[in-house]
Design a binder for this molecule. Sequence first.
Ligand code: ADP
Ligand code: 5GP
Length: 209
Amino acid sequence: MSAASSTDPGLILVIISSPSGAGKTTLTHRLLQEFPDLRFSVSHTTRKPRPNEVDGQDYHFVSEEAFRKLVDEGGFAEWAVVHGNLYGTSVSEIDRASAAGKAGLLFDVDYQGARQIKEKFPHAVGVFILPPSMEELRRRLDGRGSDDAKSRKRRFEKAREEIGHYPFFDYMIVNDDLQRALAELRGIVLAEGCRQWRAAAKAEALLKG
Ligand code: ADP
Ligand code: 5GP
C-alpha cells in the first residue's frame, strides 16, 4: 500500500460497524497491528471512558458542551447520537491520516456515521460485523465487563435495529471464529488497495514506456 491524501480518492477508507459487542474493536485492533500503514480514526465521544480506555487513543473523551461547540464550528465530518451519547469523527482526524502519509483510515462508527462518511467519500468501503447469534452477542456484552447492567441492556436491545441496516454495507463478516473473521477483514482491505483506479497511473506509464 502506498501513501495518499484525503483529497484524492487514493486513501483507503474502511468503515467498520456492528451492533455493540459483536467484536469490531477486537478485529480493528488486530488489523491495525498487521497494517502499520493503516490509521485508526479516533472519534470524539461524550461517553465516559471504560477502565481500559486511553484518552486520545481509543477516543477523545469530551464534555457535551465541547462536543456541541465542535458541531457548531463545523468540525465534524459526521456525528450521531448512539446509545444516549454523542459520537463523531472530526474533520481534522481525517486530514491527519493523509498528513501522516498513511495509506488508509479505519472508522469504527455506527450505521448513521457510516452513511454520512459514504456521502462525503463515496469510495469508502463499508463492512458490517455480525455476531454468530443473539445469545452469543449477549454473552460477549456481559463478558466484556466494561459497561454497567443498564448500558448492556440498552446495547442489546438496540442490536436488532442496528443489524437491520446491513443492506447499506458492502461486505458482511460473521465474527464467530476470530481468526477466520480477521482473515476476511484482511482480504477486504487488501482488495481495496488493489482497486483498478489506484494503479491506473502505473498502467498508463507502462503503456507509454
Ligand atoms: P465491539 O467493539 O463490537 O463492541 P468488542 O471487540 O469489544 O466488540 O468485543 C466484545 C467482546 O467479545 C470482547 O470481550 C471480546 O474479547 C469478545 N470477542 C470478540 N470477538 C470474539 C470472537 N470471535 N469469539 C469470542 N469472543 C469474541
Ligand atoms: P462504544 O461506546 O461501545 O465504544 O461505541 C458505541 C457505538 O458508537 C458503536 O456502534 C461505535 O461504532 C459507535 N461510534 C464510535 N465512534 C463513533 C463516531 O465517531 N461516529 C459514530 N456515528 N458512531 C461512533
